[in-house]
Design a protein around this ligand. Structure first.
Ligand code: 5GP
Ligand code: MG
Length: 175
């Protein structure tokens, strides 16, 4: 049985942190050509909120990668399911993620955008599980640290459900 039991991060906490991150990004990239690249599907909700907190025009694009199969543990293997449409050579890229767990997905994507000759590649995530990290990938804009629990909501799913919850919830699976 799968159930969502408890709110881990409230709507207000998310909104406040997104505002702060937006302000920080706006300061850091002032005068530069910035492209936000959302990692689908989980990043979509955060991306929509974050872009509206940035105070100058930005380019946006979307990419879909899979690092998780049916199970809820990382395989360490990443496949590009949908690539961006834009040519990002010479542009400043900010990868927008829902959650950084092992760090493997982002490490791989950072290398990919460096190969594509982006002017710079940074990472922004709304959630992070520092205790789960397997690779030491620097997170330039990190929203909220959470414990090692499987979570849903604010874009994150369990079997494609719960993405539309406005808060982040803890999932419990029992037999
Ligand atoms: P990483 O490559 O850093 O291990 O994690 C890749 C992706 O796995 C995250 O961006 C996220 O989409 C997914 N993921 C990691 N932990 C969770 C979790 O607790 N809940 C959900 N729904 N997805 C997770
Ligand atoms: Mg993700």
């Amino acid at each position: 049985m799968t159930q969502i039991t408890k709110v881990l991060v409230s709507k207000d906490q998310l909104q406040q942190r997104v505002r702060e991150l937006g302000a920080e990004i706006s300061r850091d990239y002032a005068g530069k050509e910035l492209v936000l690249i959302c990692i689908l599907k989980g990043g979509a909700v955060f991306m929509s909120d974050l872009m509206r907190e940035i105070t100058f025009p930005v380019g946006i694009d979307y990419m879909s990668v899979s690092s998780y199969g049916a199970s809820s543990t990382s395989s360490g293997v990443i496949t590009i399911k949908k690539d961006i449409d834009m040519d990002i050579r010479g542009k400043h890229v900010l990868l927008v993620e829902d959650l950084i767990d092992t760090g493997l997905t982002l490490q791989h994507l950072k290398e990919l955008f460096a190969l594509r000759e982006a002017a710079s590649v940074r990472i922004c995530t709304i959630l992070s599980k520092p205790s789960r990290r397997l690779v030491d990938v620097p997170i330039d804009y990190s929203g909220i640290d959470i414990p090692d629990e499987f979570v849903v909501g604010y874009g994150l799913d369990y079997a494609e459900q719960f993405r539309n919850l406005p808060e982040v919830w803890i999932v419990e699976t029992r037999d």
